[in-house]
Design a protein around this ligand. Structure first.
Ligand code: TRP
Length: 338
């Protein structure tokens, strides 16, 4: 990428727990690569986490540091990427307020991701207004930095669509191209299943392997992985589809030929679960060991981590403040200039 076309990337993670292998494969690994090519902002979305964690604010703020540790341990370089804390950039809240006038309640209620989350959380008609409107806050996160690219999972596509609707409405309203439309960047890797075989790895479902997992925790998780329930004897032919061990090998074992051979052998019969699990365990141990070690070193130096977050947040504030001054200027809200 040349300097002229250098893109601005914004990513966001709700700080509801430390990151796990699903995050690593779905987004974090790519961000570590992207930081060399683009101007990258990583937003720790504590404000968004609060929209459905009322009363659990302490957990949310503790997790800000946990996620930051995961970023840094996995290879995010604060000299190349800007890590910021959402709640400490008041310009984001300010921009949300202006954008909220450009969306209807009916449109917010139609967002498919929000709909699904409302169902999962059992909000029914008692939806916190802050929760219903978080896609607008997310649009503010993206547009405040004039992000051109937003790496997301497919569940976040409705947010990008709503963001771009808001950008167009805003620019139309003020008759000026102030905000910038963005493009979703979908991760190539399909979603990593939980170790129990459920479709999605998630800390709250208790089926995750975190990036700080100890060697023992990794081994236990691999040994507990859901395989083929009908593969009773080693000599039986086994199923690869829906088999979590093979889904993980597909995601984490770079030697594709080796994985293909294991699959063929398993399907033929004669390959036991314990052998495949041993291969995967070794792979995951090798992957996580340096991340865990680096994480422990950083944990021992929290002052340094907080300093990285403070500097990143300050840098981000300058960018957001510039956009806000353009936004307010376009709306005629610059009473005291000149
Ligand atoms: N909604 C995202 C999630 O569920 C987090 C997030 C907040 C985000 N602001 C963002 C993602 C901006 C992309 C861009 O984790």
């Amino acid at each position: 990428m040349t300097q002229a076309t250098r893109s601005t990337i914004l990513t966001g993670d709700r700080t509801t727990g430390p990151l796990h292998l699903g995050h690593y494969i779905g987004s974090l690994r790519a961000r570590v690569q992207l930081q060399h090519e683009a101007n990258q902002f990583l937003l720790l979305a504590d404000v968004q986490a609060l929209t459905d964690n009322v009363g659990r604010h302490q957990k949310v703020t503790e997790n800000v540091v946990e996620v930051a540790l995961d970023y840094l341990a996995a290879g995010i370089d604060p000299a190349k990427s800007t890590i910021l804390i959402q709640s400490q950039v008041p310009e984001l809240a300010e921009l949300s307020q202006y954008l909220l006038n450009l969306v209807t309640v009916a449109r917010l209620e139609r967002n498919p991701t929000i709909k699904e989350e409302i169902r999962l959380r059992g909000f029914e008609r008692d939806i916190p207004a802050g929760f219903l409107t978080y896609p607008v806050s997310q649009a503010a996160d993206i547009t405040a930095f004039k992000a051109t690219h937003v790496p997301v999972g497919d569940d976040q596509l409705p947010m990008i669509e709503q963001t771009n609707e808001l950008v167009r409405r805003f620019n139309n309203t003020v008759d000026r191209a102030v905000l910038v439309e963005c493009e979703a960047v979908l991760s190539q890797v399909t979603r990593l299943p939980g170790i129990d075989g459920k479709a999605k790895m998630s800390k709250s479902l208790g089926n995750a392997i975190t990036l700080g997992a100890t060697p023992d925790e990794i081994t236990k998780a691999v040994n507990n992985m859901y395989t083929d329930p009908n593969h009773l004897r080693v000599s039986d032919p086994g199923q690869v589809e829906g088999n979590v061990v093979f889904a993980f090998l597909d995601a984490f074992e770079p030697d594709v030929q080796k994985v293909d051979e294991l699959k063929a052998h398993y399907q033929r019969g004669g390959l036991g679960d314990s052998v495949v699990k041993r291969v995967l365990n070794e792979r995951l141990q090798t992957l996580i060991e340096p991340i865990r070690t680096r994480r422990q070193e950083l944990e021992a130096d929290r002052g340094e981590v907080m300093e990285i977050l403070r500097r990143g947040t300050m840098r981000a504030r300058e960018v957001a403040a510039q956009t806000l001054s353009e936004v307010k200027g376009a709306l005629g809200l610059s009473y005291f200039q000149n």
